[in-house]
Design a protein around this ligand. Structure first.
Ligand code: NAI
Ligand code: MG
Length: 367
């Protein structure tokens, strides 16, 4: 049997630093769990621009289309701020998302007990929180036509269009129901069907898809009410599915319930490939953090948990993903902290590689 394939794109800034820790973990699973990957590595973002004059080469794009999953670090940095829009580092990431047609963006908001004090909410509101927001990623108001700034009478008008086809709603809804089946079998769909026709259609299509998932308890909420409920009592939710715009806001808000940007993973999934696995790109939510790049201060956990999502959603290794997440939890419970997780007096931060090593030690202890 051939090994599953993984393309690693470390990118810029802290991307390569956090990815080095993930490499250690990938190697650990190969050595200890008989779970090996054919890993290839490529350039994206500024790193690719420096080498090839483009933030993503056609060769790397083709490779990304052919592998089982892509794991990306981060792109961008002040060095590239003056570049033309067409070759900016972010364009590399956008091209990957667009050409792989990654329509379902999974953003977990998970609160590790040891970090509950980091939340801006009360500890009992967030401790043990584990929810997943599924954001539609390739359509909606960010892409709809007509768009632009036009002259009308003697003033300018800014126009964007929210537009969703049935099939676009159907596919992201299915991805959310599938996810709910693997989790708490509870799905809340959020739109504004009270004021938007696209929301009315959204609600109708999601309700239709629900017939194929009778075990999942479906509810609907207006997105503004959903925002309130997320702050009030987020543990009422399991999986939330919503459109691109609302998902952008709600996933960022939910993520911050849990503390540091250095802890947040994500997955972007597309249609199933011939082997049944979805097209998939895994990446931490954070950027290239130029303010700390090269200093060994970055928290690698967001990237490590992104790999854990790959184990779960691309490679059907839920038990090994649980093992990795438990190792992270253990390390945090033991008080190991990178600089972004400090707060308590008298705690000395570990470096990026110190955190990676601690996770490896916890994995060893799990055997
Ligand atoms: P950022 O996420 O890079 O950093 C925001 C703040 O969080 C900084 O103070 C940073 O030090 C801290 N931080 C982020 N990740 C951390 C980690 N793993 N450990 C410890 N601290 C961490 O966002 P910012 O500063 O707005 O953008 C910097 C660059 O990254 C820009 O060029 C931006 O375009 C790019 N960017 C790229 C993204 C991506 O690759 N998906 C996402 C967001 C920004
Ligand atoms: Mg956002």
């Amino acid at each position: 049997m051939t090994n599953p394939s993984l393309l690693i794109l470390p990118g810029d800034g802290i991307g390569p630093e956090v990815m080095a820790e993930v490499r250690k973990i990938i190697d650990w699973f190969g050595a200890n769990r008989d779970l090996s990957f054919d890993v290839s590595e490529g350039l994206v973002g500024g790193a690719s621009y420096d080498a090839h004059g483009t933030p993503l080469t056609d060769e790397t794009m083709e490779l990304a289309q052919s592998v089982d999953a892509v794991l990306l670090g981060a792109v961008g940095g002040p060095k590239y701020d003056e570049l033309d829009f067409s070759v900016k580092p972010e364009r590399g990431l956008l091209r990957l998302r667009k050409e792989m047609d990654l329509y379902s963006n999974l953003r977990p908001a998970q609160c590790f007990d040891a970090l509950a004090d980091f939340s801006s909410l009360k500890k009992d509101v967030v401790a043990g929180l584990d929810i997943m927001i599924v954001r539609e990623l390739t359509s909606g108001i960010y892409f709809g036509e007509p768009r632009g700034i036009i002259e009308e009478g003697n003033e300018r008008v800014g126009i964007n269009t929210q537009r969703y086809t049935e099939s676009e709603i159907d596919r992201v809804a299915r991805s959310a129901f599938e996810l709910a089946m693997r989790r708490g079998k509870k799905l809340c769909s959020m739109e504004k069907a009270n004021v938007m026709e696209s929301g009315i259609l959204w609600r109708e299509v999601v309700t239709e898809v629900a017939k194929d998932y009778p075990e999942v308890e479906l509810s609907h909420m207006y997105a503004d009410a959903g925002a309130m409920q997320l702050c009030r009592w987020p543990k009422q939710f399991d999986v939330i599915v919503t459109d691109n715009l609302f998902g952008d806001l709600l996933s960022d808000a939910a993520a911050m319930l849990t503390g540091s940007l250095g802890m947040l993973p994500s997955a972007s999934l597309g249609a199933p490939m011939a082997n049944g696995r979805p097209k998939a790109l895994y990446e931490p939510v954070h950027g290239s953090a130029p303010d700390i790049a090269g200093e060994g201060k970055a928290n690698p956990i967001a990237c490590i948990l992104s790999f854990s999502m790959a184990l779960r959603y691309s490679f059907d290794q839920g038990a090994e993903a649980d093992r990795l997440e438990a190792a992270v939890e253990r390390v945090l419970a033991d008080g190991v902290r990178t600089a972004d997780l400090l707060g308590e007096e008298g705690v000395t931060p570990v470096s990026t590689s110190g955190m990676g090593d601690a996770v490896i030690a916890a994995l060893d202890a799990s055997l």
